[in-house]
Every structure is written in C-alpha cells, then in structure tokens.
Design a binder for this molecule. Structure first.
Ligand SMILES: NC(=O)c1ccc[n+]([C@@H]2O[C@H](COP(=O)([O-])OP(=O)(O)OC[C@H]3O[C@@H](n4cnc5c(N)ncnc54)[C@H](O)[C@@H]3O)[C@@H](O)[C@H]2O)c1
Length: 325
C-alpha cells in the first residue's frame, strides 16, 4: 500500500483521484483549504479507514512538511484555478500557485518523495496552432493582462519541479491538463460546460463569451485520473512533461452551446457577451486549444474513453438532479 498526499484533494480532480487511489487499495491524505473545494466531494470516501482529510493550506510550511514526511508520493493539485479567479483575485492566486507550489516541491525534495505537479494548457498562452505538443511555444500577452498570470505562475511551477529533478534528482513529473470536465466541477469559476449546461436546464440564455468561434477540447475527469495514475506508475515519466486531454473532438463555443441546447431539448437562446464584459477590459483569448497527446500514449498506452456527448449527457443529468433538489 502506498500513501499518497493529494493537495487540493477536495477539489474537482483531486476528489476523483482520491477515490480512485483508495479504490486501488492505497492510503490517501487530502490537504485542502476548501477555498474552491467542497467537503461534500469527499463524502464517498469519508468513512474509508485509509483516508484522512486535513483542512489546511499548502502555504503552511509546517503542515506541508509533516504531511510530505508521512507520505510516499505527492500529487500536487492545489491551486487557484481558472481564468475567472485569476482575473478577479490575482494576488491570492499568484501566492497560492507560486509560493504554495514551491513549498510543496521543496518538501518533496527534502524527503525525496516522488511528486506529480499539475500544470495547465494555459501554459501555451495564445498559441492557437494545434494540436499542441509539449514542446510547442508559449505565446503570452502582456503581464498587464491578468489572464496570463495563471500561465506565468504554472510556468514557474513547471520549471521549478524540473530544475529540482535535473539538479537534485527529485522524482518529479509535470502534467499539463487541458479542459477537464465531469461530475463535481463547479460552474462558479467560469468553467464553460457546467455553466452552459445549467443555463440550458434552467432555460436561461446561454452566455457565450466573445464571438463564439473559439474552439476547445474536453476530456472526462475519469480519463484524466487514469492518465495521472498511469504516469505515477511509470518510472520513465520522471523528469518529463505530458499533455493530458482529448484532442479528437474540437468544438467551437457556439457549436457547444447549440449541442447542449439540442441534447437538453432546451428553449434557451444563445447570448454573445463581449470579453470586456465577461472578464475585464483588454481580456485576451486564444482561438484554438487542442492537445497532442502522442507522448503519454506512446509511454503508457493511455487513450481517453469518453466522448463529448457522453460528457454532455452526464453533465445534463447532474444539472437536472441538482435543480430538482
Ligand atoms: N479542471 C481543469 O480543466 C484544469 C485544467 C488545467 C489544469 N488544471 C489543474 O488541475 C488542478 C486541480 O484543478 P481542479 O479543476 O480540480 O480545480 P479545483 O478548484 O476544484 O481544485 C483545486 C483545489 O485546491 C484547493 N486549494 C486552493 N488553494 C489552496 C491552498 N492554498 N491550500 C490547499 N488547498 C488549496 C481548492 O480548495 C480546491 O479544492 C489545479 O492545479 C489546476 O491548475 C485543471
């Protein structure tokens, strides 16, 4: 039995990973300050004797030191996540995503623990070429545009984890997650599918930001968790960076809204909201965001199993259940 420390364990991805690891017979300690995570996300595992929840922050060096000391493997998911949060609370987000990660990575190094660090497709910034492989260029706008702060912070996390690997032999893996969706993802922080689906179910206008021609790809959280566990089990992944996402079904935001309306049999109209109004003046977006996942596929054989319609049907079912409660 391996003991995992999952930072951000009450969050969307963290809670699914925690369930999977416990299901595989491992022991999990989840560290989370509940800033965006929900205690209810961990209800399915609360009674599991191999599970422990610690409410606290990755910014608390003493807590992190003790928990890393007591575990075998660290999965660092805790972060201020999503463009909306970063635009609205840049200082808190930067502190969590830079200093918090530094504290966790330093502790992993201190005790020689294997660590997986969650990064993001925001790393690629405005690079709208696609599919993007791990070596694709980063194209970032001005630091004065708040959005790029998330990318900048995660970039520092990546460099730090890989520098500790290169210079000090830290067994670190970096995973760049593209849009991940599924149960427990909150619509509160600007994630597009939960937002559209709830609007469709409520019969409210579906608010598409910009002109809606920008395209994205979506991967189900169950597939993402499988990718994480495969990389954790693969010694050859250490010291390297991997994209995780599903690049097979690129879709524009307008078509996504239309598809959701159709599947939900909703009377919702589509409303275009300019970026300036949705976020702030000068907000910048990328036209495409498509992952190339050849690298993880070649190393581990990973391939996503769930398709966009599976994801949308499940999200609609969840939103209807939520509405009926
Ligand atoms: N969901 C996606 O589409 C996506 C895409 C790219 C990258 N990621 C990355 O995956 C990771 C998990 O994201 P998620 O989608 O599950 O978001 P989430 O907001 O549900 O999870 C983040 C968790 O971290 C916790 N947290 C925040 N600050 C903390 C702190 N100082 N100390 C302890 N816990 C803290 C939050 O309470 C939350 O539970 C993040 O690192 C994020 O950058 C997610």
């Amino acid at each position: 039995m391996t003991t995992f420390l999952v930072t951000g364990g009450s969050g969307f991805i963290g809670s699914h990973l925690t369930e999977r690891l416990l299901g595989a017979g491992h022991s999990v300690v989840a560290l989370d300050n509940l800033s965006t995570g929900q205690t209810s996300n961990l209800d399915p595992v609360r009674e599991n004797p191999n599970f422990r929840f610690v409410q606290g922050s990755v910014l608390d060096e003493l807590v992190v030191d003790e928990l890393v000391h007591d575990c075998d493997v660290v999965v660092h998911l805790a972060a201020a996540v999503g463009v909306k949060l970063i635009v609205e609370q840049p200082l808190r987000s930067l502190t969590t995503n830079i200093r918090g990660s530094e504290i966790v990575i330093e502790a992993a190094h201190r005790y020689r623990r294997q660590i997986l660090v969650a990064s993001t497709s925001e790393i690629y910034g405005k690079n709208s070429n696609g599919p993007l492989s791990e070596t694709a260029d980063r194209i970032l706008g001005s630091p004065a545009v708040a959005r790029w702060a998330y990318s900048a912070a995660k970039g520092i996390d990546e460099v730090l984890a890989l520098a500790y690997h290169k210079e000090r032999d830290l067994p670190a893996v970096v995973v760049r997650l593209f849009n991940t969706v599924g149960p427990r993802q909150s619509p509160a922080y600007g994630m597009v599918i939960p937002r559209f689906v709830r609007q469709a179910v409520a019969g409210e206008p579906i608010t598409v930001f910009g002109d809606g021609t920008q395209t994205r790809c979506f991967c189900h959280v169950a597939d993402v968790v499988t990718a994480l566990t495969m990389l954790l089990d693969e010694p050859a992944a250490i010291g390297d960076v991997f994209n995780v996402g599903w690049g097979g079904e690129e879709i524009s935001m307008l078509d996504l809204a239309r598809r959701i309306i159709e599947l939900a049999e909703s009377k919702s109209e589509i409303e275009l909201i300019p970026y300036d109004k949705a976020y702030e003046r000068g907000f910048e977006d990328m036209l495409r965001r498509v992952p190339n996942t050849d690298k993880i596929a070649a190393l581990t054989g990973w391939a996503p199993t769930l398709r966009l319609d599976d994801i949308l049907r499940e999200s609609l079912m969840d939103a209807r259940l939520e509405q009926s409660v």
